[in-house]
Design a protein around this ligand. Structure first.
Ligand SMILES: [Zn+2]
Length: 141
């Protein structure tokens, strides 16, 4: 997240592009500063996080669900869907998405694979779990 913290109007390009793609086309330094602070808060908050392995068919682990949670509750990863994801970075993205529900009480306005994702306003992206998770994924991949 140092790349995000050090973002200004001139660099780095990958951070600016990730901000634009996940936060309504905005790449301003003040947004990068806020997100950098928020990511540090999330890293601190999630230091004691746990997850519960939940078999498909139980709770909210339905056919296409990889993980789920409610604010302040442990994350449930869905077995086998979550574990069948081959890319470790994608499994990390999913956990970050759930942590933003758990610790930041963000919503699911749109997922990054939705056609409507890029149409969300910056304000809605700032309360959309997949926006944070995809930003981290895009910067760190
Ligand atoms: Zn979600």
């Amino acid at each position: 997240m140092d790349k995000l913290y050090n973002c200004d109007s001139s660099a780095p390009l990958d951070v600016k592009l990730a901000l634009e793609a996940n936060f309504g086309g905005v790449n301003k330094e003040i947004l990068a500063d806020f997100l950098s602070w928020l990511m540090k808060y999330m890293k601190f908050s999630s230091a004691d996080c746990n997850y519960i392995n939940q078999p498909e068919g139980q709770g909210n682990c339905v056919t296409l669900t990889n993980a789920w949670t409610f604010p302040l509750f442990d994350v449930r990863v869905c077995d086998p869907n979550y574990w069948n994801i081959q890319e470790p970075e994608e499994r990390s993205r999913i956990l970050i998405h759930e942590w933003f529900h758990k610790y930041y009480i963000s919503q699911d306005w749109e997922y990054n694979h939705s056609d409507k994702y890029k149409d969300l306003s910056t304000l809605k992206q700032l309360i959309n779990a997949d926006s944070f998770a995809t930003l981290v994924y895009d910067i760190c991949k």
